[in-house]
Design a protein around this ligand. Structure first.
Ligand code: DOR
Ligand code: ZN
Length: 354
């Protein structure tokens, strides 16, 4: 045989400790019933966002929502929803004590008022929440951040970067012991901020921000199904996110931000933000890691870094991904509505083994 460069055989199967989704929107009612099987099939646990209408503001509401999620699960599923509370300026520290006592409520989510879907009751002045944040720091309840400013004077593509300086830096100084997750990061600045911060600060990264840059919103026309918040950014930001996710740092972990909306609410003169990815979540991340020649690091990102940050045990069972292309359906049904998954009508390279 002639000597020459040797290429390792392409990987066709990956076995991973079962992953968790550290940021997902499961909604309620018919939409909940439509989406929860996709998440439960892939993930053992998921942090469920509280931006229902009205939002989930109390432990009692979170436990009632958890019960609705459990009753929407397919028979035999062993999926565990991890609940969050929606931070408002009216929240009182005793609610944090209740959350701390309720094992099923894991964290509190900060939305700037009006930043996104059902966030009208979000926070206008974070200093009004300082007594609650102090209770969270004391009881070690993590704060999950939608890290964008809503100041209309700030360019829509700069809202995350401005949040870092204007809000996150003061927050880390005021509450050095408060554990925080900067959710769905989209910029090089966020990667650098999180990397340079103490281990109390981590970040989730979505599959869509790893796969798409902002051109995807305008390919041949306006693409509402690629509209999410924070917005997709320039290609160099996407490259920084891929480097962070695949680079082996334990500060970055999987959070899909899968966020379904009925098709009519996306294809509208004022369309909703959100991309549905739960139907192919792990498979899409595998594409990213394969593209970065880092499939060996997918397990750390998807299955280890999240539970380690939240101080929960890693999962015991495993899942297998197979390199076998499949076509995503053009729509999925939710009661009388339909919604459009990412890659609708197109191909995903990896398939989750049954
Ligand atoms: O794109 C998004 N969709 N970003 C968010 O912050 C919220 C989410 C939703 O709930 O639709
Ligand atoms: Zn979200």
């Amino acid at each position: 045989m002639a000597d020459g460069p040797r290429h390792p055989a392409p990987v066709t199967h990956i076995s991973l400790v079962r992953p968790d989704d550290w940021h997902v929107h499961l909604r309620d009612g018919a939409m909940l019933a439509a989406v929860v099987p996709d998440t439960a099939r892939r993930f053992a646990r998921a942090i469920v966002m509280p931006n229902l209408d009205p939002p989930v503001r109390t432990v009692a509401e979170a436990l009632a929502y958890r019960a609705r999620i459990l009753s929407a699960l397919p028979a035999g599923a062993s999926f565990q929803p991890l609940m969050t509370l929606f931070l408002t300026e009216a929240m009182r520290p005793h609610e944090i004590a209740r959350a701390h006592a309720a094992k099923a409520v894991l964290a509190v989510k900060y939305y700037p008022a009006g930043a996104t879907t059902h966030a009208a009751q979000g926070v206008r002045d974070l200093t009004r929440c300082y007594p609650v944040l102090a209770a969270m720091e004391r009881l070690d309840v993590p704060l999950l951040l939608h890290g964008e400013v809503t100041d209309p004077a700030v360019d829509a593509f700069d809202r995350e970067a401005v949040f870092l300086e204007r809000h996150l830096l003061p927050l880390t100084r005021a509450f050095p012991g408060l554990r925080m997750v900067l959710e769905h990061i989209t910029t090089r600045a966020a990667v650098e901020f999180v990397s340079a911060s103490p281990d109390t600060l981590a970040a989730t990264i979505t599959a869509h921000h790893l796969l798409l840059d902002r051109n995807a919103m305008f390919t041949g026309g306006l693409r509402p199904h690629h509209y999410c918040l924070p917005l997709l950014k320039r290609a160099h930001h996407r490259a920084a996110l891929v480097a962070a996710a695949t680079g082996g740092s334990r500060k970055f972990f999987l959070g899909t931000d899968s966020a379904p909306h009925p098709r009519h609410a996306k294809e509208s003169s004022c369309g909703c933000a959100g991309i549905y990815t739960a139907h192919a979540a792990l498979e899409l991340y595998a594409e990213v890691f394969e593209g970065a020649h880092a499939l060996d690091r997918l397990e750390g990102f998807a299955s280890c870094n999240g539970p380690d940050f939240y101080r929960l045990p890693r999962n015991q069972d495993r899942v297998t991904l197979i390199k076998e292309p499949w076509q995503v359906p053009s729509t999925k049904a939710a009661g009388a509505d339909v919604f459009v998954p990412l890659r609708a009508g197109e191909v995903v390279a990896w398939r989750l083994a049954d």
